[in-house]
Design a binder for this molecule. Sequence first.
Ligand SMILES: [Fe+2]
Ligand SMILES: [Fe+2]
Length: 300
Amino acid sequence: MSQPPDHNRQIEYWVTKISDLPTLPSVVHQTIQVVNNPNSSIRQISEMLSQDPSLSLRVLRLANSSYYAIPGGATTIERAVTALGIDNVSQMVFTAAVFSQFDLRAVSPFDVREFWKHSLGVAVASETIAREVGLRDSSMIFLAGLVHDIGKLAHFQIAKEGWLTVCGHAHANAFTILESERILGAVSHDALGYELVRQWQLPLIIQEVVQMHHSAESTGATPVGAHPQAVGVVYLANLLVHSMKFGSGGHGVVRNPSKEIVKRVLGNEKALLHVAKSTRKSLDRLMPLFDTMFGPQPSP
Ligand SMILES: [Fe+2]
Ligand SMILES: [Fe+2]
């Protein structure tokens, strides 16, 4: 594949390229509708899932993992949905469907498995923080966390060499991926991810999180956009997951969150410690679920 022009100004080039990437399975959109409709029933989501046997199988596998720990286990989708509730099942559908879209083989220095661990970690951390601060739409915030860095994967799929250069530069110089992208004049993953989730027609709250999960910092205490709390929650979740070294977003740099955003999202700075503890607990529970999906980390 020819190498693309490495500059944000040529975003049009990337927009045409992302149209070659896999589309999201329609079950993701159906699940979003179910989650966002207060009149949805467990039966509706069970019937919808039953139409996709491979997804049903994956959801059952997740349902029987120790993360969800259904007493007595679940052998049917109906049982899984009844035991877990619509929110949990929707998160399983999102996880199983989004992960199934991409080639997961690692190419040094980019470890796709570690990248997905970071993504799932941010999804779970975002949902944990959203619940702590009483934010509605926790399933949408989970999905937003899951895809917040999807632009990195898009770059990797479209122009492997260019992406590996960005990662290598970040590793060699202890830069974040965003810093490395800027220094090299490469397309930024937040802009590319935004174009991809727009193309996937994901809800506006998710588009905004993907587009602003880094630029939120520059706005500080002044909220911008229609969903500043959701953006702030995923921004904090991302930095917490980095600081806990849960997976890798392509670099090993840890940055402290902006005090203004901590105050705006959590109410006060001290709440960060409490939220960090809840997030750590969620991530510890998550590890077996991750192994269920990917198999345990191969021994060196
Ligand atoms: Fe990012
Ligand atoms: Fe990230």
